[in-house]
Design a protein around this ligand. Structure first.
Ligand code: TYD
Length: 209
């Protein structure tokens, strides 16, 4: 979706399960708040009714790919209208833990056409200013999941994650930044905070009139 004129920034974190998105989002949000930004965070699937149903399906048994896709899109429509667009309009930095690139990568890994999925989403969902792809091979990401004591869920099987990673690697967007998730939390955070600062500065254009 073409963005309405607003002063906010949309920053999206993507990558397969276990790459460290949540840790990184905490570190980046904290630093940006110290620097004086208003930061709003969200995650998908959301904690709304569609999102809760999707999370339950990860352990109770997955839906058919098409039904699952529709539920992720319904969940996102509510997120965009209820949280993302209003926060951007206020001028906040909106940070998302997963967005429609995950739908392309994961539902694409189940055999749906990931390019069509991107197109469908971009009809209603604002494109990010910055898309952080934390990249890690699935062997390593599954190892991290095991280390934190979580049993891998149905979304997290090795072969599926390999396919999802291949789709992430095929997505080309001018705002995409790939970062090696084996780097330290601090190194990754600093690279992201620097880029957000650059984007925020570029937003301050000439004063009208
Ligand atoms: P995840 O971020 O792992 O949630 P949690 O922090 O609760 O473990 O997301 C749950 C799963 O949902 C994850 O394996 C990826 C999957 N997913 C999709 O398949 N499609 C999507 O569009 C999104 C947003 C997530």
């Amino acid at each position: 979706m073409k963005r309405p004129p607003d002063s906010g920034l949309l920053v999206v974190f993507e990558g397969i399960d276990g790459v460290g998105k949540s840790t990184q989002i905490r570190a980046v949000s904290e630093r940006l708040r110290e620097l004086g930004y208003e930061v709003v965070t969200g995650r998908e699937p959301t904690d709304g009714p569609h999102g809760r149903r999707l999370r339950a399906s990860a352990t109770e048994g997955r839906l058919e790919p098409e039904a699952e896709l529709e539920l992720f899109i319904a969940d996102r429509r509510e997120h965009v209208a209820g949280m993302i667009l209003p926060s951007l309009a206020r001028g906040a930095v909106v940070i998302l833990d997963r967005y429609y690139f995950s739908t392309a990568a994961y539902q694409g890994a189940r055999g749906l056409d990931w390019r069509v999925i991107l197109t469908r989403n971009e009809e209603f969902a604002p494109e990010p200013d910055l898309l952080i792809w934390l990249d890690l091979p699935p062997e390593k990401s599954l190892e991290r999941i095991r280390q934190r004591g979580d049993p891998a869920n149905q979304f997290e099987r090795m072969h599926q994650l390999e396919l999802s990673r291949q789709i992430f690697s095929a997505i080309a967007r001018p705002y995409l930044m790939r970062l090696d998730a084996t780097e330290s939390v601090g190194t990754i955070r600093d690279a992201i905070v620097a880029e957000v600062g650059r984007l925020a500065a570029a937003r301050v254009g000439p004063i009208p009139g």
